[in-house]
Design a protein around this ligand. Structure first.
Ligand code: FEO
Length: 162
């Protein structure tokens, strides 16, 4: 049986993962409004990834006899100054998610919950990947952000994400 403190924190993390999905979907809508379909495609896939993350917490709570509880989502930002600002936001957002996962790891240690600790290791590794991919895109966009041709080439590059 899952402990109350872990259940509460995991339910809060479901909301955070869905907030991330909602934020990335809002970024996709922004890019679609700018006719940057490759970047919109990248964001739509990212939103799906975040939904999968939320469902991992959902299933873990259920498997351990807990009760999933859903909270209201944050209304996401709708406009950005350009692609550089969007990906800067992604990178900063992922750093906050990493901090949130680390807090959960600390809680699992404090509660002596080895199952939760073990489960969270997937997310610890996933956050390395999430921060790394956002950081790489951000660094590239920083170099080409004042060039419309550069932005179009970057858009075509991000369209390739599978
Ligand atoms: Fe669910 Fe982007 O971390």
């Amino acid at each position: 049986m899952i402990k109350e403190a872990i259940q509460r924190a995991f339910n809060e993390q479901i909301k955070k993962e869905l907030d991330s999905a909602y934020l990335y979907l809002s970024m996709a809508a922004y890019f679609d409004s700018q006719n940057l379909e490759g970047m919109a495609h990248w964001m739509k896939l990212q939103a799906k990834e975040e939904f999968k993350h939320a469902m991992k917490f959902y299933e873990h709570i259920n498997e351990r006899g807990g009760r999933v509880e859903l909270f209201s989502l944050e209304r996401p930002v709708k406009e950005w100054a350009g692609p550089f600002e969007v990906f800067k936001h992604v990178y900063e957002h992922e750093q906050k998610v990493t901090a949130s996962i680390y807090n959960l790891v600390e809680l699992s240690k404090k509660e002596n919950d080895h199952a939760a600790y073990n489960f969270l290791q997937w997310f610890v590794n996933e956050q390395i990947e999430e921060e790394s991919s956002a950081s790489k895109i951000l660094q590239t966009i920083e170099k080409i952000k004042d060039s419309p041709v550069g932005i179009i080439m970057m858009d075509r590059e991000l369209a390739k994400r599978e």
